[in-house]
Design a protein around this ligand. Structure first.
Ligand SMILES: Nc1ncnc2c1ncn2[C@@H]1O[C@H](COP(=O)(O)OP(=O)(O)O)[C@@H](O)[C@H]1O
Ligand SMILES: [Mg+2]
Length: 276
């Protein structure tokens, strides 16, 4: 058993040795827009695994297939081949077990900020009053107290993104999928919410997959980073993040951080010329 498998076993409360989430050799194609009836490969033989309590980042440039990968994990898109397993089960029901924050916020326009934020809790059977209380408790940290009873159309893109993040993270689902959750935020809000997320998830047993094109974000949040390359999305590298938790202030300028950043940059850059 290698050290990674051992780490996953420790993180797996069922003691079965199986990762919480496993993606096995997933390939996904689209009919090409170009003439000739070709198909475009969007995901090619993608495999990854995430243990309970583990935070994994998928890092890759725009268009390499990251959102498609999350959609396949969530069960919104069916792979051409390969499978997605929850606790070792390829037929596991994903509704109710997987929380998914989409790249587009997908807020319900007829619900207020708090009504949107508490939606996942309500769907999980938490009584409305209790769900409301819990959502309001965290809304302050998200800078959303003042707009709690407003409708989404009144909000800026950054605020809408915060509501979507709150909605995805409030329910304690087995698997949490985050698709570029901080993309629309200013640097200060981003740093604050990254810290909040790390604190919350540190106390939880969720398997988290964060999709990002931001190397620093991946290093600050993740235990492991998978590097993806396009155009036919493949995993080209996997890096264990050797940084202390909680991440100390100023970690981003430490020698260790910079060394890991260099490795990820090289992994991203190394693939660029290869497929063109
Ligand atoms: N519904 C679709 N029909 C055809 N092609 C699609 C569709 N959705 C995504 N794609 C293509 O799949 C590729 C990967 O997209 P996506 O998963 O959104 O990448 P990323 O999230 O890494 O930016 C892109 O080339 C995109 O054009
Ligand atoms: Mg995307």
């Amino acid at each position: 058993m290698n050290s990674q498998t051992a780490a996953l076993e420790i993180q797996n409360p069922t003691g079965t040795g199986r990762p919480r989430l496993e993606v096995r050799r997933v390939t996904r194609t689209w009919a090409s827009m170009s003439p000739g009836g070709r198909t475009d490969v969007v995901l090619q033989d993608v495999s990854l695994s995430v243990g309970a309590g583990e935070f994994v980042a998928v890092l890759g440039p725009s268009g390499c297939g990251k959102s498609t990968l999350l959609n396949v994990i969530a069960g919104l898109q069916v792979p051409d081949s390969g499978e997605v397993l929850l606790d070792g089960d390829p037929h596991a029901q994903r509704i109710g077990r997987v929380a998914h924050m989409h790249q587009r916020d997908l807020l319900l326009p007829w619900r207020t900020v708090i009504e949107n934020a508490r939606l996942g809790l309500e769907l999980g059977g938490i009584p409305v009053a209790e769900a409301d209380r819990r959502a309001r408790e965290v809304a302050d940290r998200f800078g959303l107290s003042k707009v709690a009873d407003s409708y989404p159309w009144k909000l800026s893109g950054g605020m809408r993104q915060r509501v979507a993040l709150l909605r995805a993270t409030l329910p304690d689902r087995s698997v949490l999928l985050l698709d570029e959750p901080f993309g629309a935020l200013d640097a200060i809000t981003r740093a604050d919410l990254q810290k909040w997320l790390a604190e919350v998830l540190n106390r939880s047993n969720r398997a988290v997959v964060l999709v990002t094109h931001d190397i620093e974000e991946a290093l600050i949040l993740a235990d492991r980073v998978y590097v993806m390359a396009g155009p036919s999305g493949r995993i080209v590298d996997e890096v264990s993040v050797a940084l202390p938790r909680p991440r100390p202030e100023g970690i981003a300028t430490s020698e260790l951080f910079v060394a890991q950043k260099r490795r990820l940059l090289a992994a991203l850059a190394g693939q660029e010329g290869m497929e063109r």
